[in-house]
Design a protein around this ligand. Structure first.
Ligand code: TRP
Length: 373
């Protein structure tokens, strides 16, 4: 991730950027199946992405561009309508998120980056998949239970169907790999059940049963104030959450005030009873692109936790500075952002439409497909 700083968004493309096509021959192949290896992930449109999102998801997306054939990234505006929301704000947040992803190094020439609501196949497949989804399964989902309990106004049917739409997102592209956090494990299991049930009912091999891929480090980025909890803009503390667009001084201050422990003398190592220090070491390791052991070795003659906090704060500021600069540039041009999304949607549709044609045919929905040949 040390090299994250060199990543370059398309809207700031310089002459030295190599032109790439969507599916060059050299791109990732699925070794076992001998077919192109499709990566798919969805990201919520919120403007307040934090360091946990960055280390856990966004840098994985960027790396996925070299392995996926293609790598497909979807900004899920339809999912965002399942809780109380403001329509004008939703559009803004989609632009924010698109700009963050581009600034972090997603390159629309090397991946498919699009907005869910632009590709009608998602909603259609969601409906068709409800036929092989058990109400009981949806009712048991922890996220549904938590979110419906927290929802003050209407608990929408959309909230219940959220995981079916998520299944449709992935299955429409016959994706093999879904890089998402640990919190999505249940949704991934459900998606696999839906695909298996669909294939059993309507024809083996019609849909690909995808694999979950949980990032190793990012899954664990903790709140700096309450390191027992995940870093999160909804469930965490304000001072313990480092936003990607925080001012450098804010970032330094948040790290400076990070909770560690009262070991005396201080022990600059990871440990089960040292959640705060472990978190700082792992963040620094992620930013350096080095194993945590080498951070510990590097810190061996630090005087105390203050040195570690200062080192992480500085490293994170350096890592995010180029991203923030590019973000401001890219976010300012909404027309260009819409053009990127429109081009992405066209590529997405070209992949999803044939799946939908197969699914409709297998399910007996709509007119029979004309026989070719
Ligand atoms: N539910 C996911 C989240 O909250 C976002 C998402 C929607 C997603 N569709 C997806 C993730 C498809 C992976 C694949 O993070």
């Amino acid at each position: 991730m040390r090299r994250g700083g060199e990543a370059r968004g398309p809207l700031t493309a310089r002459g030295d950027q190599r032109p790439t096509r969507l599916s060059p021959r050299s791109r990732g192949r699925d070794i076992l199946r001998g077919v192109p290896h499709v990566i798919f992930s969805g990201i919520q449109p919120t403007g307040r992405k934090h360091l946990g999102n960055y280390i856990g998801a966004i840098t994985q997306y960027v790396a996925g561009q070299d392995r996926g054939d293609p790598a497909i990234y979807c900004i899920v505006d339809l999912h965002a309508t399942t809780l109380t929301y403001d329509p004008a704000e939703l559009r803004d947040r989609v632009h924010d998120t698109t700009a963050i992803l581009l600034a972090a190094g997603l390159d629309p020439e090397r991946c498919v980056l699009f907005r869910q609501g632009d590709v009608a196949e998602h909603a259609e497949l969601c409906w068709l998949l409800t036929s092989v989804t058990a109400l009981g399964e949806l009712n048991r989902m922890h996220q549904f239970r938590d979110k419906s309990a927290a929802q003050r106004e209407l608990v929408s049917a959309g909230l219940l169907l959220y995981p079916v739409l998520q299944a449709a997102d992935v299955l429409a592209y016959r994706a093999h790999e879904v890089p998402v956090g640990e919190d999505q494990r249940e949704h991934l299991e459900l998606m696999r059940n839906i695909a298996e049930r669909f294939n059993a009912r309507f024809g083996e091999g019609l849909l690909v049963v995808p694999e979950h891929r949980i990032p190793t480090v990012g899954a664990r980025v903790r709140d700096l104030q309450e390191p027992e909890r995940k870093m999160s803009t909804t469930g965490g503390t304000e001072q313990g959450t480092v936003l990607l667009l925080d001012e450098p001084d804010t970032i330094r201050r948040k790290f400076k005030r990070a909770v560690t422990d009262s070991d005396d003398p201080p022990v600059l190592r990871r440990g089960d009873d040292k959640a705060g220090v472990t978190n700082l070491i792992e963040i620094l390791a992620a930013v350096w692109g080095a194993p945590p052991q080498s951070v510990e070795a590097e810190m061996a003659d630090a005087r105390g936790y203050g040195d570690l906090k200062a080192a992480v704060g500085e490293a994170v500021v350096d890592e995010l500075a180029p991203l923030q600069r590019r973000y401001r540039e890219i976010r300012a041009d909404e027309q260009a952002l819409e053009a990127v999304l429109a081009a992405g949607a066209e590529k997405a549709r070209a992949i999803a439409a044939p799946t939908l044609a197969d699914v409709r045919e297998a399910m007996g929905v709509g007119p029979p497909r004309p026989r070719s040949g």
